[in-house]
Design a protein around this ligand. Sequence first.
Ligand SMILES: [Ca+2]
Ligand SMILES: [Ca+2]
Length: 191
Amino acid sequence: MKKKALCLILIGLLLIPINGKCISSDPEIVDEKNDVFGPLAILPLSFAHIDIVSAWFYEDPNEPDYLFTAIKIKNLEYSSLLRAIYSVHWTYNGIQYVAVFHTQFSGNFEQQFAGKYYGGLEPCECSFDLETDTITWKISKSVIGNPEPGDALTNTFAWTALRFYSSALGELVKDYAPNGALYGNDYIVKY
Ligand SMILES: [Ca+2]
Ligand SMILES: [Ca+2]
């Protein structure tokens, strides 16, 4: 109930309650569907479980020490043999940060991290919601440079991929959002 009440309060910030989760109607990052690419993309498979639809940021006034970021996938499912990687990236104070989720073996392997892209990742809370096709990270602002109210998170983008357990062979199929190697909108920190 608490989460639902919070989302209702945040409607003014264009967040809509769906099953108690905050789904943004104005995401910073939007993408096309059916646009995954890479060596395996030639197969007659949709790879809908890594196909990015959108990604966004939000905060909770009751927990101002945390930043939330979420990524919506066309049809989120656990990956079986191949490792699935989901990530949202941004830059603050000239430093690139990331929230990342790895999963494999139908959910029997999971890792969730957030922090500096180049060294400085720390475990964080994360939800993998098959009902809303959304992954949400709850990130302590202390691991992402302690952004202050009014500060901008820039160069936002999302990236997903499937690969073998090792990264040696690179990504077999992936998605990037928004398309064209561009960035999404900035997010202005509120609390
Ligand atoms: Ca996509
Ligand atoms: Ca894309």
